[in-house]
Design a protein around this ligand. Sequence first.
Ligand code: DGL
Length: 272
Amino acid sequence: MKSNKSIGVFDSGFGGLDILRMIIKKLPEYNYIYLGDTARAPYGTRSRELIYKFTQEAVEFLFKHNCELIILACNTASSDALRKIQREYLPKFFPKQRVLGVVIPAAEEAAKKTKSNRIGIIATEATISSKSFQREILKVNPKVKIFQKACPLLVPIVEAGEQNSILAEIALKKCLTPLFKFRIDTLILGCTHYGLLENKIKKITPSNIFIISERDIIPKKLKEYLIHHPAIEKKITKKRKILFFTTDLSNRFVRLGNKFFCKSIKVKKIKI
Ligand code: DGL
């Protein structure tokens, strides 16, 4: 067991299960470990200090369980903790391991896709106030005008399993209508949970607006990363084993986990 190495996928809650499912679809051969910090979710309304502390503890858990590479499948953690983890924590404690986020790949894709240089972003309050998407988009294309909107109602709706309800539709219209008025031609779904609302978002978004969804981009980027980093790729065990951990095992995790992952999953509660 100790010699088995995995790819770790971390999210504050369930949203990352959707990203993991899409990653496994593209890269089924590897071992994976998923961790959802459901006891302390949502992260998106918390302070930067706390988001860093929680993320660092999650990363440490995954490394101690033999992950070679970790994907922060959480935009809030990617926005408020990733840089500090890469610059300060990894060199000191896990110099050979790597942690990647979801913001840079989505930002780069949006900057490439926009024709009018007008990009809209919806995300949690913490992600929006970190300006992480703005920073990464402007690195690629300084001419882009960015219109952002925090949508605090959407995560609780998804976590409650209400993503197909009329409530979800009302909340999405409230979030998106002001952005459409800015004549954006690209919309970033800057929260892992929003992938689960993609069908509803598509329904109310004008057809000239291109939707950037991390569930499509992250598996593709991870595949490219592994091709370009063969030393890391070689170390990861290819036995198709997937382990699921959560910090709060409620019936809801099992029920929603099964729903979001589209397969029955066995989850183990852990303390971090
Ligand atoms: N997973 C988080 C994100 O992508 C949303 C949930 C939360 O606020 O913890 O930003």
